[in-house]
Design a protein around this ligand. Structure first.
Ligand code: SAM
Length: 289
């Protein structure tokens, strides 16, 4: 198979299949030949044991990253929503017998079941050049579903990469920052320019890696913990006193008492709070409910 990062090869292949790019599905295909090998190396090397490695890829497109993953992992399951790409993938990756393509929306898929059925006895990682319109929901699904996976190595927009990898308590942090730190250690691996894609998006991108670990703090009730985080960031310019009072439908006096018992100043903004602060507030809210 000729190089899948060569624009002429891609145009000929897609033209023959009558394929046109869908903006709505976030279809920007990688044409920078150095990116996919680096992503695939990082994903597979995040597994520290000698166990066989299984990879879930989200959105294989024409298979440029998939090919690199297939050469390094024991098995790849690639989840692609766009049916029109299935015959293309048949042609580009037909030679591999360690690939399964699943035609589905990753957000609607039962990934626990998929892992159980496809990756028995393997260490599982996720690797993808994510369609940008679903970056946050995909990452939250991967983390909140508590899947037995080691790591998530994904291409995201640069701004999202900064937000996902920032520390809680700093200016770039947001609700998803706190959730990411709760479940994993994030790392921004490298930047990728907009010109590395066909068609070129408006903004640059970056590859990040999230390595999963045991929860970083131990709130009494996880649901309350996430409700507090989302509520505190819902109006991030407001003080936590105001944002929590409206998000949790509680009197200001009640929220004031909660913040005081948690050691958090009522004038603080959500972006200044650490995971330990959120956990303490969530415990106080939970005790009160
Ligand atoms: N991996 C290819 C590459 O790097 O060139 C394509 C990446 S492109 C940014 C995103 C891919 O995700 C497209 O192939 C698109 O059709 C697919 N996609 C979009 N939404 C999806 C969804 N909800 N579930 C699964 N795949 C999806």
């Amino acid at each position: 198979m000729e190089r899948l990062t060569d624009i002429n090869v891609i145009r000929e292949l897609l033209g023959r299949h009558g394929f046109t790019f869908s903006k709505a599905l976030g279809q920007n295909f990688l044409i920078n030949p150095s990116v996919c090998p680096r992503m695939a190396d990082a994903a597979v090397e995040s597994v520290r044991s000698d166990a066989p490695v299984g990879v879930i890829e989200i959105g294989p497109g024409i298979g440029v990253l998939t090919r690199e993953l297939l050469q390094r992992a024991d098995k790849v399951v690639a989840v692609e929503l766009d049916k029109r790409l299935l015959p293309v993938l048949d042609e580009t990756l037909g030679e591999f017998d360690n690939l399964k393509v699943v035609n589905a929306d990753v957000l609607a898929l039962d990934l626990h079941r998929l892992i159980k059925e496809e990756f028995d006895g393997m260490e599982v990682v996720v690797c993808a050049n994510l369609p940008y319109y679903i970056t946050s929901p995909v990452i939250m699904k991967l983390l909140e579903d508590k899947l037995p996976i080691r790591s998530v190595t994904v291409m995201v927009q640069k701004e999202a990469a900064v937000r996902l990898c920032s520390q809680p308590g700093t200016r770039d942090s947001s609700a998803i920052t706190a959730a990411v730190r709760y479940y994993c250690d994030p790392d921004l691996l490298f930047h990728v320019s907009a010109g590395s894609f066909l068609p070129a998006p408006k903004v640059d991108s970056a590859v990040i890696q999230l390595v999963l670990h045991e929860p970083a703090v131990h709130p009494k009730d996880e649901k309350t913990f996430f409700k507090v985080i989302k509520g505190a960031f819902a109006q991030r310019r407001k003080t936590v006193l105001n944002s929590l009072s409206s998000a949790l439908s509680l009197d200001k006096s009640a929220v004031r008492a909660i913040l005081e018992s948690s050691g958090v100043e009522e004038s603080a903004r959500a972006e200044r709070l650490t995971l330990a602060n959120f956990s303490a507030i969530a415990d106080a809210v939970y005790e009160m409910e």
